[in-house]
Structures are given as C-alpha cells and as structure tokens.
Ligand binder design. Structure first.
Ligand SMILES: Cc1cc2nc3c(=O)[nH]c(=O)nc-3n(C[C@H](O)[C@H](O)[C@H](O)COP(=O)(O)O)c2cc1C
Length: 182
C-alpha cells in the first residue's frame, strides 16, 4: 500500500520561542512522506503564493494545520492562507472539487487545561465547538475531517507529557492510512 503523502502547514509566529510546537514539529519533520511548510517563514509579508499552495495541496493526501491556539483559533497567517488558497472553483463551489476526499487534521497546542474547555469551565465551550469553523471549512471543501490532536495545558506542561505526546504524534503519522482513519 502506498504511504499517504502528508502536507504539514506549520503556523507559529515565533518558532524559536516555541516550547511545544517546536518539539512536535521535530517529532515528525524527518518522516519521508511528510512535507513541512512553515508559513511565517515562507510568507513574512503575508503575500501567499496561491498557485504554489494549491499545487502542494493537489500533491498530498492528508493536510495538517499545526499551530498554537491563539484566541480560540489559529495564528493570523493560517487564516490568510485559507482566505487566499481555498478559492471558489478550486476548493468549493460547483466545479471546486480539487480537495475532495483528502483528509484534514488539526494539530493544536492550547495553553489552558482540558477541563477549562467545557460549558461549566473558564472557556465555556468545548474544543469541538471552538474548532467548528475548521471542521465546516474542511466539509465545504469535501475533505474528510479527522479527530483533532490537541495538547492541552501548555502553560504548565511536564516533560513526560510532552515527550509522550510527541511520540504518539509521530506514530500517528507513521501509521496513517487513508482507508481506516474515517
Ligand atoms: C496571542 C495568544 C493567544 C492565545 N490564545 C489562547 C487561547 O485562546 N486558548 C488557549 O488555551 N491558549 C491560548 N494561548 C496560549 C498558547 O496556545 C500557548 O502558549 C501555546 O499553545 C504554546 O505553544 P508553543 O510553545 O509552541 O508556543 C494564546 C497565546 C497567545 C500568545
């Protein structure tokens, strides 16, 4: 069976200051079927190369958005990327089927604890509710939404939890199959 080709769109405005995303990226970047695009490095002026990005999407089977949770969403460049790249006629609309059947996975780190993402918690909404715009964007683009990988409690994380999360992220991508991950 062919290994799925994975496109990892990494959005962190200060990767050198990152504790969590830097480690997560290091855990998977060397996998032979993973292509990493560091969006802030590629587009410091936010001038996204739409054609290049669309071509990259066409060449991969699983699209990952990896980023810290910023204001219950992504850092700004990933929004700009969506606004520019997911064009009508390409990603959605009557003839926009370029992404149909591709898998989509959110890989997110959150400062707050899991228990805060709850109707009676400090953040009031579950993470599933917070991520609804991403899920529906994937849906409108006919992509197959995957259960997101969330690392909670980033403000106070211990080394063992981070190591374990990195390891399981690597194993997830190493063993990824398009057939069984529905
Ligand atoms: C501008 C900004 C907004 C943030 N918003 C949230 C948020 O909405 N929810 C949350 O749990 N953490 C939030 N955080 C905390 C980050 O998610 C956390 O510091 C990050 O995931 C740690 O990853 P890193 O070490 O790769 O930077 C925010 C941090 C910043 C700087």
């Amino acid at each position: 069976m062919n290994m799925p080709k994975i496109l990892l769109l990494f959005a962190h405005p200060h990767p050198r200051k990152s504790k969590l995303n830097k480690r997560l990226l290091q855990a998977v970047a060397d996998l032979e079927n993973v292509t990493v695009k560091q969006l802030y490095e590629l587009y410091p002026d936010f001038q996204i190369d739409v054609e290049k990005e669309q071509q990259a999407l066409l060449e991969h089977d699983l699209i990952i958005f990896q980023h810290p949770l910023y204001w219950y969403s992504s850092p700004a460049i990933l929004k700009e990327w969506q606004d520019c790249v997911l064009e009508h006629g390409f990603a959605y609309g009557e003839t926009g089927t370029a992404l149909a059947g591709k898998h989509f996975l959110s890989v997110i780190t959150a400062g707050s604890e899991r228990t805060s993402y709850d109707p009676i918690g400090r953040n009031q909404f579950t993470m599933e509710q917070m991520l609804a715009p991403f899920e529906q964007t994937a849906g409108l683009c006919h992509m197959v939404w995957q259960p997101p990988r969330i690392l909670y409690g980033g403000f106070n994380i211990d080394k063992e939890t981070l190591d374990q999360h990195c390891q399981s992220y690597r194993e997830h991508l190493q063993n990824y199959t398009l057939e069984t991950e529905q």
